[in-house]
Design a protein around this ligand. Sequence first.
Ligand SMILES: Cc1cc2nc3c(=O)[nH]c(=O)nc-3n(C[C@H](O)[C@H](O)[C@H](O)COP(=O)(O)O)c2cc1C
Length: 200
Amino acid sequence: MKIKFIYNLILSAVMIFCVAGYSLAEQKTQGKRNDTLIIYYSYTGNSKTIAEYAKKKLTADILELEPKIPFSTDYDTVVKEWQNNDIKKDVEIKPVKINLKKYKKIVLITCVWWYGISPVMKKFLKEYDLSDKDVIVASANAGGLGHSFEDYKTLLSKSNIKGELDLVFGSQENDRNKLKTSYKEIDDWLNKLTAKPLNN
Ligand SMILES: Cc1cc2nc3c(=O)[nH]c(=O)nc-3n(C[C@H](O)[C@H](O)[C@H](O)COP(=O)(O)O)c2cc1C
């Protein structure tokens, strides 16, 4: 009888311990749930480089946008197709599978195509809702930022744009992927989203 009592006591203690431990672990993962998402489109890899840098700095999630039908891998062909209007300026994009609702802070990075944000980013902002979210935006370009920030403002009229970054890379064939903007400027821009100094 006494042994059975002690056995039940130990069993109850173990069960309480397990339940308490589980809920503590659950609270921890919930507390750590990421609220920042980086969304980018990159044709030659520049926006991608900065998106990955931002992912590390902010310990954020990341989403790459893609056109439904890939553009030619030849740079000059894409430029020509765009000039000749062969590429439909209103391109279709692959559906986004991430639940955007769970993110409060968004980082948007895209290349500039013909003095505006890329058609892929444009399409994304037309199709998906980022209302009420804090957003920082960047445009990777070769010195011709054009109306990119106006594009972002028009398409994000219901979001809080907290920072804009003119992300300049080289303009010649041999330095197209050479970053001209300093990492200090990039960090200052990222800080506008976190509102607290970033770790080095
Ligand atoms: C079709 C096309 C149009 C472009 N139009 C512009 C432009 O208007 N202004 C500019 O500065 N750069 C322009 N560029 C250059 C890219 O914006 C620049 O190289 C940028 O760094 C590329 O970023 P990504 O590597 O993320 O694609 C254009 C490039 C392509 C392919």
